[in-house]
Design a protein around this ligand. Structure first.
Ligand code: 13P
Length: 256
């Protein structure tokens, strides 16, 4: 198996520029010894360029948290793929449940955004995940497969090779409730199975599937030990360099 473990931090709407630079610098110092684990940090747009510059001489990659589907134009306040790329960022989180919930993003829009992001050389981190109601109704596999199918519509294997998928059960985001390693593994295996069916075994084998939802230093090891969990998309615990780097060091210790 050639998959690398990748730990990404989604800073959400936290950190002013001064705070962002401090955090990025601390993460850089605390992860200097990391050799095998991929690290991505996703600060707010306002700090993207400055953070990208700070980590430029390290192994840390930078990403945006969303982007506009349009390439350019009169869309006041929106940020394009080209703008994100121009900061030095190489990733972009797309379809996060908070974007779906508060900003009305649909699978169809996520699909269009993925295509635009790829066109501009950005590597999307595509988020999917079920609500508590859907989990309790035993339709998690169905929901997640449908989201994935919609998000990846019309893509070819070579496109999917440039993506990361993040499984983030909505009920586990910011709630302190983590999916058990078994619950997460079950869904990750459904995701990899669907990718195998649609895009072939090689693409599925190489696809990094992250888990997100209350990942902390205390639960990272049990989650990351699962065969189909290839990393984490971390929210709350990435806002402090100590806890974020502890998760990264856990991943490094488990290196494949
Ligand atoms: P928490 O780690 O705060 O639950 O957030 C997860 C998340 O939404 C990452 O994108």
């Amino acid at each position: 198996m050639s998959r690398k473990t990748i730990i990404a931090g989604n800073w959400k709407m936290y950190k002013t520029n001064v705070e962002a630079l401090q955090l990025a610098n601390q993460v850089k110092i605390k992860t200097k010894d990391i050799r095998h684990t991929g690290i991505i940090i996703c600060p707010p747009f306002t700090a993207l360029a400055a953070v990208a510059e700070v980590v430029n001489d390290s192994a840390i990659a930078v990403g945006g948290q969303t982007m506009c589907v349009e390439k350019e134009g009169a869309f006041t306040g929106a940020i394009s793929a080209g703008m994100i790329k121009s900061t030095g960022a190489i990733h972009v989180i797309l379809g996060h449940s908070e974007r779906r919930q508060y900003f009305g993003e649909t699978d169809e829009l996520v699909n269009k955004k993925i295509k635009t992001a790829l066109e501009f050389g950005l590597k999307p981190i595509v988020c999917i995940g079920e609500t508590l109601e859907q989990r309790e109704g035993n339709i998690t596999a169905e929901v997640v497969t449908k989201q994935l199918r919609g998000a990846l519509a019309d893509l070819e294997p070579q496109h999917v090779d440039r993506l990361i998928v993040a499984y983030e059960p909505i009920w586990a985001i910011g709630t302190g409730k983590t999916a058990t390693p078994e619950q997460a593994q079950e869904v990750h295996s459904v995701i990899r199975g669907a990718i195998t069916e649609w895009f072939g075994e090689t693409t599925a084998d190489n696809l990094v599937i992250q888990y997100g939802g209350s990942v902390k230093p205390e639960n990272a090891e049990s989650l990351l030990s699962q065969p189909d969990i290839d990393g984490a998309l971390v929210g709350g615990a990435c806002l402090k360099a100590d806890s974020f780097s502890a998760i990264i060091h856990t991943a490094e210790g488990l290196k494949r």
